[in-house]
Design a protein around this ligand. Structure first.
Ligand code: ATP
Ligand code: LTN
Length: 327
């Protein structure tokens, strides 16, 4: 029996190279070895303000871009979170088993609340319970995510362990899978903050659908420093971030990269980074444009994904319900 992988991505705006390098690229790699389930988490997206029309469009945009990046329906099940009602249903049961103190420690809530003081809603606070439900419903072994999701994974493991202890065996305890490199791509404008698709700053992120010109310009403007050597030094945050991006897009080793740029300046480095990003993204963009409007194809992939995973979710939910006495 193959181990199971589950992960999710919010359809909140345009996918960035941070999402790609920290998550999606790894999903594509893992899908051949594992029983893989990937979910567009639109119910999580409404924890921040969304235009209903745009949210629907962006949900399909995300499905198409995931397929274009290489998520293969032959290997993976791909579905939309709101299509399976047991996600919010299980999160209610989990809610009643998560102490307030544990939830109050979540740094993503604190960050998002600070960035969005006008819309601090209960769903935003409760976001990790729905995420735990996503993962636990599928008896997941491994959850490939970026570094920022580590704390949510810890909460998921805690609630599952507590539930199994208090009510009886129900959930598999999932392990986070966080890549050594690429787990935290930083903003190009500010290498001290995580590159995020919902940031509105002009030169913050490279999106997967950016044109070559946009990519060149954004890399050109990216923050560096006044040193002259080009080496992987985590203390030189801007240059380090750029070198990590180059490393991941070219698959070259760090030694190879440092040798490549001996006696070179940031101009050459930036030119090569832009070229590497453009050559990886071009085929993805081509495929995206080809399939985005093939609505019947997208619907077929999603139906097939939902039909495959729904019985797993229902069986786990039924067990959890019975164990807590809800019938
Ligand atoms: P938002 O800005 O709307 O919160 P986001 O860019 O953080 O979105 P998510 O949909 O929350 O993206 O995350 C999808 C996946 O991408 C998660 O596994 C997350 O850990 C990963 N991820 C997000 N940003 C980065 C980043 N800068 N570096 C590496 N991985 C990232
Ligand atoms: N919270 C995640 C998205 C997400 C997720 C999941 C990831 C929702 N449910 C289940 C892994 C497994 C995020 O903000 N990146």
């Amino acid at each position: 029996m193959k181990q199971r992988v589950f992960s999710g991505i919010q359809p909140t705006g345009k996918i960035t190279i941070g999402n790609y390098l920290g998550a999606v690229k790894n999903w594509v790699y893992l899908q051949e070895k594992y029983d893989s389930i990937f979910c567009v988490v639109n119910s999580h997206a409404i924890t921040t303000k969304q235009d209903p029309y745009l949210l629907r469009e962006q949900t399909y945009d995300m499905v198409a871009i995931l397929l274009a990046c290489g998520i293969d329906p032959k290997h993976s099940s791909l579905f939309i979170q709101s299509e399976i009602d047991t996600h919010p249903a299980l999160s209610w049961i989990l809610n009643c088993n998560i102490p307030m103190g544990e939830m109050e420690r979540m740094t993503q809530f604190k960050d998002k609340a600070q960035k969005n003081p006008k819309n601090i809603n209960v769903g935003l606070f409760d976001y990790p319970a729905l995420m735990a439900s996503d993962i636990l419903l599928y008896q997941t072994d491994l959850v490939p995510v970026g570094e920022d999701q580590k704390q949510h994974l810890e909460l998921t493991r805690n609630v599952a362990q507590r539930f199994n202890r208090d009510f009886g065996e129900c959930f598999k305890i999932p392990e986070p899978l966080i890549a050594k490199s690429g787990a935290r791509i930083m903003g190009l404008d500010d290498p001290t903050s995580k590159m995020s698709k919902s940031s509105t700053a002009q030169n913050h992120a490279i999106f997967l659908l950016d044109t070559p010109k946009e990519i060149e310009q954004k890399i050109k403007k990216a923050t560096t420093d006044s040193h002259s050597s080009i080496v992987f030094d985590p203390d030189r945050k801007g240059v380090y971030n750029l070198l990590c991006i180059y490393e991941l897009f070219t698959q070259k080793s760090r030694e190879e990269i440092e040798t490549e740029f001996i006696d070179q300046g940031y101009g050459v480095l930036k030119k090569r980074i832009a070229e590497a990003i453009i050559s990886t993204l071009s085929p993805i963009q081509e495929e995206y444009l080809k399939i985005r409007h093939q609505i019947d194809y997208l619907a077929e992939v999603l139906n097939q994904g939902r039909e495959k995973v729904q019985p797993i979710a229902e069986s786990t939910y039924k067990k959890a319900k019975e164990l807590v006495g809800l019938i």
